[in-house]
Design a binder for this molecule. Structure first.
Ligand code: AHR
Length: 658
């Protein structure tokens, strides 16, 4: 391995030396000729609860099946006893009283000696950090005469106790109890034991364990390291909650935003549709608790400076699955959900839904500007439902922009029908998805060059280069794919007058619990890393500028000739010229950028280099930044700058105007 790397480095150095001896190719940048405005939303993120992204991922709850609502009500739990402890556990059905949280457990402790209890395995274990405070909560009740103490214990993988706290339920009515304790060791596969000491009966529900430190230290909040990775991208928008999860395999299991807000013990749990989707990656214990619900999505978007973009079900279940349809004359509840959501996000405290938002801790509106009608729908049935939704939304909220799906395919008859129809109907924004081979991305950098400038705007809502095949479990987040995406994205940016939004997909994947690959950010119970694709997205988002200016080769825009892809923009706020250049070849390219501009430039600029890796280079939990950007400086000669772009490299150059 080391020898191979040495040979590769030697070859790269030789190639660089040759390149340096070559005459640089000269590109011209017309820095005063603004070609297109780049929307602040241009580079965003797409969140879907797939790959344990929410439960078991960014939602920091450590207990799996905390409210016993999985179909197998004790899934994730195991009865335990030590030193002769005796007891029993019974699942209680209270559907008649609490249909949205219909199951609890009754634990009967039969003996004062020894210990009886239950353990919870977490989501592929629990990630516990030494010195971190953990908050253990249960909802409990006990009949008069019972006296039972609950001892929560964190066990490491070897069974040693690494944290413990005790609480005693006192009320005969359901009541929440909490104890906090500090972990004495770090463990990524810990489990929670709940011992019950005493004699008698206790009813339990919502058995929960959270780290105290969460994103913004919100109680029962989100995993700080994962949200930080999103914040570090400075995304222009957050699309949520999916994806096919919006549609559901059938309509019963569609995402219903109203059931995802308010008290967490009233948010009805349902099966996660990715649970059984892929035979090669079955995940039978994948459910949705909606602890990460619409309020949390809106607040996270606000925290990270992203425009919220909710996607709603339009009366259609996933067409790859049941394709179940809501009859046209029964669409009203679905329409009402859309209208109420806009009021929930933007309404004043005097409105029904605005008042609810305020009561949940956010009196200020969320400034919702856009809404997706359906996810990857297609066909006439979508068009007829889309018309009804669009009319209802536009009649009441004319300024809300509607995102319309162009289906799951980047071309073909389904795509063409929707594209033609929605253009004819004057749609606002069209959502295109493409999961394709790296070569497709290289070949399609010109895709938007000839799109109608006066028609709907484009949202490249889901895309990712697939190293093996679409949906293959062998797909890797490797450099070949990331570089192809970087090259393709020059075409998005160059066409920013048409393309207003773009997001890679999917966002998160648990290394032990994923269903879909590739994904932008991978994590285990304690750690996480950005893929090469993450760094490409981040470089674009952090260096987008405000306006595109022409970057020309012999008077023509550059888009893939001789493996060179490029775009240039200015940032009117920071007064900088930003050049992005992607060399997809295996040879270094010496290039000169000659700037036509009335401005003068500081003598030194910044270069950010991501590249010169082998095609199969990847990041991992142990080598999280093997593929990551490196910063350096570069000298200017008047209004021209010369740089050698290494083989298989994406470079960003920032030049400050004086
Ligand atoms: O990103 C995974 C899935 O791919 C999304 O849910 C869906 O929109 C697309 O087909």
């Amino acid at each position: 391995m080391i020898i191979k790397r040495a040979i590769f480095t030697a070859c790269a150095m030789a190639a660089l030396a040759t390149a340096q001896a070559q005459t640089p190719k000269v590109y011209t940048i017309e820095a005063d000729k603004v070609k297109a405005h780049i929307e602040p939303t241009m580079y965003g993120i797409f969140f879907e609860d797939i790959n344990l992204a929410a439960d078991g991922g960014v939602y920091a709850e450590l207990v799996k099946n905390r409210s016993f609502e999985f179909n197998s009500h004790l899934a994730g739990w195991q009865e335990r006893q030590k030193n002769g402890g005796k007891g029993s556990v019974e699942v209680v059905d209270r559907t008649a009283q609490r249909p949205e949280n219909a199951h609890t457990i009754k634990v009967n402790i039969e003996s004062n000696t020894g210990s009886f209890g239950l353990s919870n395995e977490g989501f592929r274990g629990m990630g516990i950090k030494k010195g971190e405070t953990y908050s253990f909560t249960v909802t409990a009740r006990k009949p008069a005469g019972s006296l039972i103490k609950l001892i929560a214990e964190l066990h490491n993988a070897s069974g040693n106790v690494i944290g413990t706290g005790t609480l005693t339920p006192t009320s005969a009515n359901w009541k929440k109890y909490n104890v906090k304790f500090t972990a004495t060791a770090t463990e990524d596969k810990a489990s929670l034991y709940v011992w019950l000491k005493g004699k008698g009966v206790v009813d339990l529900d919502m058995v929960s364990l959270f780290p105290q430190h969460t994103w913004k230290n919100r109680p029962a909040g989100l995993r700080a390291d994962l949200v930080q990775k999103l914040a570090d991208m400075k995304p222009g928008f957050l699309r949520f909650p999916g994806g096919c999860i919006v549609e559901g395999r059938d309509l019963v299991n569609r995402y219903q935003w109203k059931k995802s807000i308010g008290d967490i013990d009233k948010r009805e749990n349902i099966i996660n549709r990715w649970n059984t989707e892929f035979a090669h990656r079955l995940t039978p214990d994948y459910y949705q608790t909606f602890g990460l619900g619409f309020m949390e999505y809106f607040m996270t978007a606000e925290d990270i400076g992203a425009s919220p973009l909710p996607i709603l079900n339009c009366g259609m279940a996933c067409q790859f699955n049941t394709g179940q349809l809501v009859p046209m004359d029964q669409l009203d509840p679905y329409l009402q959900d859309a209208l109420d959501l806009i009021e929930f996000a933007n309404g004043g405290p005097n409105t029904k839904w605005g008042k609810l938002r305020a009561s949940l801790g956010h009196p200020k509106p969320f400034n919702l500007k856009m809404l997706g009608v359906g996810n990857e729908q297609w066909g006439e049935q979508y068009i007829e439902r889309w018309k009804v939704f669009t009319k209802a939304i536009k009649d009441k909220y004319p300024s809300i922009k509607i995102i319309s799906s162009l289906g799951p395919f980047a071309e073909g008859k389904e795509f063409e029908l929707l594209d033609k129809t929605f253009r004819g109907l004057g749609a606002d924004i069209l959502d295109e998805h493409y999961y394709k081979a790296p070569k497709w991305f290289l070949d399609n950098a010109k895709r938007y060059d000839n799109y109608d400038r006066k028609g709907p705007k484009i949202f490249a809502g889901e895309y990712a280069a697939q190293s093996v095949a679409t949906g293959s479990p062998e797909n890797k987040n490797n450099w070949e794919c990331a570089l192809a995406e970087a090259a393709f994205m020059t075409g998005l940016e160059r066409n920013a007058d048409v393309v207003n939004m773009a997001s890679y997909a999917p966002l998160f994947a648990h290394v032990d619990g994923w269903q879909w690959t590739p994904d932008l950010i991978w994590f285990d119970n304690l750690r996480s890393y950005g893929t090469p694709n993450y760094y490409v997205q981040q470089l674009y988002a952090l260096n987008k500028g405000t306006d595109v200016v022409p970057l020309l080769n012999d008077g023509a825009m550059v888009s893939g000739e001789e493996g060179a892809y490029a775009t240039a923009s200015i940032d009117k706020n920071t007064k900088e010229l930003i050049i992005k250049f992607v060399n997809t070849t295996d040879k270094a390219k010496p290039v000169t950028f000659s700037i036509n501009s009335t401005s003068t430039y500081q003598k030194t600029g910044t270069v950010i280099t991501l590249g010169n890796y082998k095609k199969d280079a990847v990041n991992s939990l142990d080598t999280p930044t093997a593929v990551s950007p490196v910063k350096s400086t570069i000298g200017l000669s008047g209004k021209s700058v010369t740089v050698t772009v290494e083989p298989a490299t994406f470079k960003v150059i920032r030049l400050k105007m004086i």
